[in-house]
Design a binder for this molecule. Structure first.
Ligand code: IPM
Ligand code: MG
Length: 358
């Protein structure tokens, strides 16, 4: 039976990288004789330009009708002055909420091929880096009400609400512990419980959920310390369990220290399909349309899509192996090293697809 993937290229480099991700998916499916059907819908600035809405109803419907959703990136300076509900980011936040994608998995892995591009001191890099950020994705200050900008005592004042219910914390904590059970069985829960009530509840509930996972070692860390420890010695981490805001920040940091933001994939899952897969980086408007973007985070997101979204683990591994092989000789500008051949986005996509098939 064929599976349907809804493509949401979005803005900036989104179209270029999703095209390469699609090639990888098609190559992996072809190799194993499976059929994938692709649909496509508008999101972000592209959707706003065409319809006046960054998340048109047709897009939500197309995603719901698919077995998995594959997103590029949204946003750009062109839409920066729009009101919040029209901004491209609202498209991505909206689809996460609409599909109930509360769990965001962001693995940060330092591939041996990329050790030279890693920003860490060689002696720190040598210890390795293989962690995963399990980030809550549909709550927190991102969605909490009330929010706004209003005049208070004659002064314009902006406000947001950091908000987590016990149940929201419990369900993401379970994902964190389940993830750890398949890895090194260590969860480090991130909070700011020395200052925030939301974090105090977070710590309490996470500690409670931990009782059902006696094999998993749980530690707690303040987010500021975690930001520091990530650059000092990331090898100490296995699963970083975070709320929405802290996970947004720490996952960019985790990505950057592996060498490039252009390398890290992500999966956003709910309690029912479809899940959504996307690179963790943004739309990079400064290099859009120049064939310079690194498509590997998107191609690795395609592998996550096959493994977690369509239960095709062998095809997923095939894509990951092709990426490692491509990195031995070929690099996009962001991860270029001496002795390698510099290629553009499309060529990198072709090389990976070729290795998948061959
Ligand atoms: C991410 C992005 C989004 C977020 C933006 C585009 C709304 O930074 O996926 O990390 O903040 O979640
Ligand atoms: Mg982010």
């Amino acid at each position: 039976m064929s599976k349907t993937i809804c493509l949401l290229p979005g803005d900036g480099i989104g179209t270029e990288i999703v095209a390469q991700g699609r090639k990888a998916l098609e190559a992996a499916a072809k190799r194993s004789g499976k059929e994938l059907v692709f649909t496509e819908a508008l999101i972000g600035g592209a959707a706003y330009d065409a319809t006046g809405n960054p998340l048109p109803a047709q897009t939500v419907a197309a995603c719901r009708a698919a077995d998995a959703v594959f997103l590029g990136a949204v946003g750009g300076p062109k839409w920066d002055s729009l009101p919040p509900e029209k901004r491209p980011e609202k498209g991505i936040l909206g689809i996460r909420k609409e599909l109930g994608l509360f769990a965001n998995l962001r693995p940060a892995l330092l591939l041996p091929e990329l050790a030279g591009a890693c920003l860490l001191k060689p002696e720190t890099a040598q210890k390795g880096l293989d962690l995963i950020v399990v980030r809550e994705l549909t709550g927190d200050i991102y969605f909490g009400q009330p929010r706004g900008i209003e005049e208070r005592n004659g002064v314009r004042t902006g406000y947001n609400t950091m908000l987590y219910s016990e149940e929201e914390i419990r369900r993401i904590a379970r994902v964190g512990f389940e993830t750890a059970m398949k890895r090194k069985k260590c969860v480090c829960s991130i909070d700011k419980s020395n200052v925030l009530e939301t974090s105090r509840l977070w710590r309490e509930i996470v500690s409670d959920v931990a009782k059902s996972y006696p094999e998993v070692e749980l530690s707690h860390m303040y987010v500021d310390n975690a930001a520091m420890q990530l650059v000092r010695d990331p090898s100490q981490f296995d699963v970083l369990l975070t709320g929405n805001l802290f996970g947004d920040i720490l996952s960019d940091e985790a990505a950057a220290i592996t060498g490039s933001l252009g390398m890290l994939p992500s999966a956003s899952m709910g309690s029912t399909a479809p899940a959504l897969f996307e690179p963790i980086h943004g739309s990079a408007p400064d290099i859009a349309g120049q064939d310079k973007a690194n498509p590997l985070a998107t191609i690795l997101s395609a592998a996550m899509l096959l493994r977690l979204g369509l239960d095709m683990p062998e095809e997923a591994a095939c894509i990951e192996q092709a990426v490692s092989r491509a990195l031995k000789d070929y690099r996009t500008a962001d991860i270029m090293e001496e002795g390698k051949t510099l290629v553009g986005c499309e060529r990198m996509g072709d090389i990976v697809a070729g290795y998948i098939l061959g």
